[in-house]
Design a protein. Structure first.
Length: 421
């Protein structure tokens, strides 16, 4: 006897609309924030600052991103995502508008670092948690398509921003980013109001006493629902922390400094920005294809392989003198990053269930935020000391190698006694 899980028929149609709206919102949020590296040299020159100090605004951004992600995750589990993402869009757009008139470094830390950073944390965690709750078997694919918006945004918007800056200056470009954030949030505000179908795992616990013996066999295969307090006591949780930290550190090495690295080689900024476009092409390709890899070789070995690819790309960046090689390595790095990050996010719900997905994702986001804080400042500081990014790329590659080793321990935890509630 096959028992139908309530809500399963409702999942595909509305769930894919949720994915589409979430993808559009990711495009706006990450395309705008991913353009920060395009502003780096103009801002440094205008404020007579250093790259390490200016890059610190991105570190402030990531710190607030992580802190608000924890709060937003718990609020999403309790109240749903609509009010949270609406508030985040209002705050983020306002931050970009205020960037139009900055005249000192502290204002960049407040307007971009604190305001836009807080809005990002209140966007990403609710979006991923909500999409994860709408899908079971195709969760990796759904999360992958959703995060395609990140790659598309970072592929399309940075070159447009570079063109805008070259023709109109960097201040008006921030006005354009504010409008982009607000417009791309509208579909999510409309479509993410409906609650996801009841979790299959929750259903299985509540209904198991009334199920037949055959049903019990099928239900036993469903993942256990872990609370956030239980999850933090497991090995996989801390492996997610390590992998999130090293992935973010490497990513923000590239995102914030690769354009400056290319222009130091004599490449004009509008051409150098194309490296981010190639990186985003790799990210998008991986996000669309990684589901098929997980089906073939499982999620754990997929994430290990893709972390190794990122490490190798960073190692090979040292000493590169060809723009074509920079584009090729950006493409390879983007593929590794896009695939591994998609699998990482979907595995959290696969291992710990969806009931507390927002809270657990919020806690894991601390590691991502920490890596985002360390990455820009560390790479900028190394450059300021040595006038070279080689040591930074070697350090980032080494961290990613550690992350790859951690991936072998991403297995469903067993034997943990349930905490008394």
């Amino acid at each position: 006897m096959n028992r139908e899980i309530p809500g399963e028929k409702a999942r595909p149609s509305w769930g894919w609309l949720v994915v589409a709206a979430s993808t559009i919102m990711m495009f706006g949020y990450y395309g705008t924030s991913g353009s920060f590296g395009i502003f780096l040299k103009p801002i440094v020159e205008m404020l007579d600052s250093t790259r390490a100090v200016a890059s610190g605004a991105m570190s402030t951004f990531m710190g607030l991103n992580g802190l608000t992600g924890i709060i937003a995750g718990r609020l999403t589990d309790r109240y749903g995502p609509r009010v949270i993402i609406g508030t985040s869009a209002l705050l983020g757009g306002l931050g970009y508008l205020l960037m139009y008139q900055v005249s000192s470094i502290w204002q960049i830390h407040v307007f971009f670092g604190i305001m836009v950073g807080s809005s990002m944390g209140a966007c990403f965690t609710p979006i991923i948690a909500t999409v994860s709750k709408w899908f079971t078997e195709k969760r990796v694919l759904a999360v992958g398509i959703t995060t395609v918006g990140i790659g598309m945004g970072q592929m399309v918007l940075p070159p447009l921003v570079a063109y805008f800056i070259a023709n109109y200056g960097w201040r008006p470009a921030y006005f354009m980013l504010a409008i982009t954030v607000w417009i791309t949030t509208v579909p999510a505000m409309v479509l993410l109001g409906r609650k996801p179908p009841q979790s299959t795992a929750v259903f299985s616990r509540r209904q198991s006493n009334r199920a037949s013996e055959d049903d019990d066999i099928e239900i036993s295969k469903l993942p256990r629902e872990w609370s956030a307090r239980e999850a933090v006591r497991t090995t996989p949780f801390w492996m997610f922390i390590i992998i999130g930290f090293v992935t973010a550190t490497g990513f923000y090495f590239i995102l914030i400094h690769i354009v400056a690295y290319a222009t130091d080689m004599g490449i004009v900024p509008t051409t150098a920005a194309l490296i981010l476009t190639f990186l985003s092409v790799g990210v998008i390709a991986a996000q669309l294809l990684v589901w098929f890899l997980t089906v073939r070789i499982n999620s754990r070995f997929t994430i290990v392989t893709l972390l190794v690819l990122q490490a190798l790309a960073l190692f090979f960046l040292t000493g590169v003198t060809s723009f074509q090689m920079l584009m090729a390595l950006g493409l390879a790095y983007g593929f590794g990053f896009g695939g591994s990050n998609t699998v990482r996010l979907s595995m959290i719900s696969d291992i710990f269930g969806t009931k507390s997905a927002g809270a657990i994702l919020g806690l894991v986001s601390i590691a991502w935020a920490t890596g985002g804080i360390v990455g820009p400042i560390l790479a900028g500081y190394i450059f300021d000391l040595s006038q070279s990014y080689d040591v930074a790329f070697l350090a980032g590659g080494s961290l990613l190698a550690i992350g790859a080793m951690s991936g072998f321990f991403l297995k469903a935890p067993v034997g943990l006694k349930k905490l008394t509630q």
